[in-house]
Design a protein around this ligand. Structure first.
Ligand code: SF4
Ligand code: SF4
Length: 127
């Protein structure tokens, strides 16, 4: 059987190249109703991205603030590439530890390198 999971070592290597889940914050806004439409307009006028998600019969929204984490460090490698490193890795918040790249919807990073590479492995495994 072909491998469809990434090793912990490979995941770490991909995160070093990527760093995207440390570059913005996405929050659940709530249900879209008359009251929240005004709030949504206010958020949009401040330049933040809104995502709408249908949850059964409710429409809900999320807003994303493109604010990098202050602990995210950029390190240049000998080859000139940029590596992204958490400056508080040992004491990073639990939500950082829980993020595994498979999170879907507005709170997930669509082009997370874990996800991209895992999808490739799954495709190869189907052949
Ligand atoms: S988005 Fe995915 S690959 Fe990129 S740093 Fe986060 S977990 Fe790692
Ligand atoms: S604490 Fe570390 S892992 Fe969490 S968002 Fe900041 S840089 Fe990323």
């Amino acid at each position: 059987m072909k491998k469809t999971r990434l090793s912990a070592k490979r995941k770490s290597a991909l995160c070093l190249q990527c760093g995207k889940c440390c570059m913005s914050m996405t929050f659940f806004g709530g249900e879209v109703d008359e009251e929240s439409r005004d709030e949504i307009q206010w958020i949009e006028l401040h330049g933040f991205k809104i995502d709408y998600v249908r949850n059964d019969d409710r429409e809900e929204y999320y807003f994303t603030i493109p604010q990098r984490c202050n602990a995210l460090q950029e390190i240049k490698t000998e080859s000139g590439a940029t590596n992204y490193v958490c400056g508080v890795y040992e004491t990073r918040p639990q939500m950082c530890r829980d993020y595994d790249g498979s999170v879907e919807g507005p709170t997930g990073v669509a082009d997370c390198l874990w996800r991209v590479e895992t999808e490739k492995l799954v495709q190869i495994g189907r052949r």
